[in-house]
Design a protein around this ligand. Structure first.
Ligand SMILES: Cc1ncc(COP(=O)(O)O)c(C=O)c1O
Length: 412
């Protein structure tokens, strides 16, 4: 492989078709932000939009804003914008609640459609909230068996009892990506529905939910969609399933006529029945700004840059950190990787703390994973280069051994 220089990498930035998106985000000059897979950066327009909605819509127009500014249809409006990013036609996505809550709703929907099948199948490696929600749901129902198997045993575990398989598309620890199309096909062939958690996929990799015949999906608004801390999540239900579903969290906002104040629940037509309570309007407005930016980006360009950044980082780690205790935790093949690179090191926690102290921000996932997220809209190739050089310096100098880096914080 020819020697690569920082100048070479800087020339990639000059030719980057996504480069101008960086100007749409507030980023501290001295920070290399490799954690947009956990919390996306702040779009420049967000503060002004929030100020406007607070002053004009909430402050001046008060409760009239539900109609005057169409607050009531905000979850659907933002959902339709997200649908584009997911490869779905409008009318199948809403923005609401958290990913965990939406998962509960969709487990209820899927098991309800399962007929005599009542089982839920997932992989042991799934994100913990997905496992905990499935455990809570099956325990609450009492009649629904939850089966957790290793990733490698998934397909053979889809037996006649499985109503729904619930999976995360891109593994939060390793970045390994499932083949959504093929797994969905296999689940259907065996008579099961599928719920995909797209928290690490939406805005990170091209998605084709309609084309791939996906049944259900959920995902976070605060990661690659840049909706802000605790942003509303999203939920997708394929049009073909919608009318048959009776939502388990049947709140008034999902009623056919919330302001009729009927005694009995009647589901709203289509996707809106998956709303439960009053939407968080301020948070929805912030999410809309992030989603609007993402929806303008060409996802094929995003993917190409994300792969190239991940490959660059892995190459630099191979070349400069050899013998310093790092091993890749996920695929080297960029086609099988989401938009992150994960590295194992026995001292992963203090090393990440030392990186953060040097303004190279990634995160740590127990027991030993250093996680670096690549967000093509606002990260440059030179940032990847510089981050790798700081990592090398910290490992070579042993700077991570300082006592202040050993203390575990609540959030890692
Ligand atoms: C794959 C995955 N699903 C769900 C969540 C959590 O979702 P929420 O906190 O919105 O319920 C996360 C958070 O990082 C995640 O990575």
């Amino acid at each position: 492989m020819p020697e690569l220089t920082r100048e070479d990498v800087a020339s990639w930035d000059e030719a980057d078709p996504l480069l101008s998106f960086r100007d749409e985000f507030e980023l501290p000059e001295d920070v290399l932000y490799l954690d947009g897979n956990s919390l996306g950066a702040l779009p420049k327009k967000t503060a002004a939009r929030l100020q406007q909605i607070v002053a004009d819509e909430w402050g001046r127009d008060l409760i009239r804003s539900w109609n005057a500014h169409d607050w009531i249809r905000y979850p659907r409006r933002v959902g339709d914008r997200i649908a584009k990013i997911l490869g779905a036609v409008p009318g199948q996505v809403i923005a609401a609640d958290s990913t965990s809550v939406n998962l509960f709703k969709l487990l209820g929907a899927a098991v309800g459609l399962g007929g005599s099948r009542t089982g839920i199948l997932s992989e042991e490696e799934n994100f913990p909230t997905d496992l905990y929600v499935a455990q809570g749901f099956s325990g609450f129902l009492g009649t629904c068996r939850l089966k957790l198997v290793p990733r490698t045993a998934l397909v053979t575990a889809i037996d006649d009892d499985v109503a729904v398989v619930t999976l995360t598309h891109v593994d939060f620890r390793t970045g390994e990506m499932h083949d959504m199309r093929e797994l969905t096909r296999l689940c259907h062939e065996r008579g099961a529905l599928v719920i995909w958690d797209l928290s690490h996929s939406a805005g990170a990799v091209p998605l084709h939910l309609d084309r791939d015949d996906v049944d259900f999906a959920v995902g976070c608004g605060y990661k690659y969609l840049n909706g802000g801390p605790g942003a509303p999540a999203f939920l997708y239900v394929a049009a073909r399933h919608q009318e048959a579903i009776r939502p388990p969290l049947s709140g008034w906002m999902g009623h056919e006529a919330p302001f009729a104040f009927d005694t009995d629940y009647r589901p709203a037509a289509g996707i809106e029945r998956h709303l439960c309570g009053t939407p968080a309007i301020l948070a929805m407005a912030a999410l809309e700004v992030g989603v609007e930016i993402m929806a303008r980006a060409d996802m094929e360009q995003v993917r190409a840059k994300s792969k190239k950044m991940g490959d660059l980082f892995l190459r630099l780690v191979d070349e400069t950190c050899d013998g310093l205790g790092l091993t890749p935790a996920g695929p080297r093949d960029s086609g099988k990787r989401g938009s992150q690179v994960s590295l194992r090191h026995a001292q992963g926690y203090p090393i990440m703390q030392a990186l953060i102290a040097e303004n190279v921000i990634g995160d740590f996932r127990a027991p030993d994973i250093l996680r670096f997220g690549f967000t093509p809209l606002y990260l440059r190739y030179v940032d990847v280069w510089d981050a790798a050089m700081v990592l090398k310096r910290i490992l070579e100098s042993g700077a991570w051994q300082r006592p202040e880096f050993q203390k575990r914080q609540l959030v890692t």
